[in-house]
Write a protein that binds this ligand. Structure first.
Ligand SMILES: [Zn+2]
Length: 251
């Protein structure tokens, strides 16, 4: 029996929930927007899946990335963020979706450029911004250029602060992304169970020689501390975003 389960897990038909260890049929999981039916665990999803589950069908139009990742093979424009325009329950918005599956969603020069372009385009077109964040932080391989993206995105956000922005923190959002543009939104939402923070708990424990509480950097704790505004279940995300987009469109 264990062998059959292992084979089914390997070929993708079944998926084990990392939280409750239940074995779930992958197709059922997909239909449930990648939320475990047993414990409500929100699986990490890539940018195309996120766009599909959030935007109105066929409404997403990708803006071409201004800078290509030099490390990628020629002709590919894959990056840790996908940006464009879309509608959510009929409301127009500019949308950026970070992808943790691409180099840990890290923010290098190309990602920084894409975020700045998105903010500027949204400001010109007077569209509110929806930003789905999922990142390990700054792309350390790019050294100072990686770190520089924090300053750059914060500057762009300050220059376009009249454009409403909604950040959705997904699991995990850490490092230089939390510490820069992501935390400068007008509305800050998190998915349940997301880890949101700056340095990782193990680093903090080692540096401070202390034991951290179990829910440290968990969205539920951050909502109590006032860092984020609300936690929204993935099934309610579209209508919550549509509510704020509608609200922002009123003069
Ligand atoms: Zn589960």
């Amino acid at each position: 029996m264990t062998d059959i389960l292992e084979i089914a897990k390997k070929d993708g038909r079944w998926t084990e929930c990392p939280k409750c260890s239940e074995i779930v049929i992958t197709e059922k999981l997909r239909q449930n927007l990648w939320v475990c039916q047993h414990c409500g665990y929100h699986f990490r999803v890539n940018a195309p899946t996120r766009i599909e589950m959030t935007c109105d069908e066929g409404s997403f139009v990708e803006s071409m990335p201004p800078v290509r990742d030099q490390e990628e093979t020629a002709g590919s424009h894959d990056e840790a963020i996908t940006c464009g325009r879309a509608r959510i329950m009929g409301r127009e918005c500019a949308i950026g979706v970070m992808d943790f599956f691409h180099k840990g969603g890290s923010m290098g020069a190309a990602v920084g450029e894409a975020i700045v372009s998105l903010m500027q385009a949204a400001s010109r077109k007077r569209l509110p911004i929806v930003m789905f964040c999922a990142s390990g932080g700054v792309r350390v391989q790019e050294g100072i250029w990686g770190l520089f993206q924090m300053l750059r995105t914060v500057h762009a956000r300050t220059r376009t602060s009249d454009t409403p922005m909604i950040t959705v923190f997904t699991d995990p959002t850490t490092g230089g992304v939390t510490a820069s543009f992501a935390a400068l939104a007008d509305v800050m939402i998190a998915e349940p169970g997301s880890r949101i923070g700056f340095a990782g708990p193990r680093v903090i424990e080692a540096t401070m020689s202390c034991t951290l509480p179990e829910d440290f950097q968990d969205a539920s704790r951050l909502v109590k501390a006032g860092l984020i505004d609300m936690i929204v279940h993935r099934h309610k995300m579209r209508e919550t975003l549509a509510f704020f987009l509608e609200w922002f469109s009123r003069d």
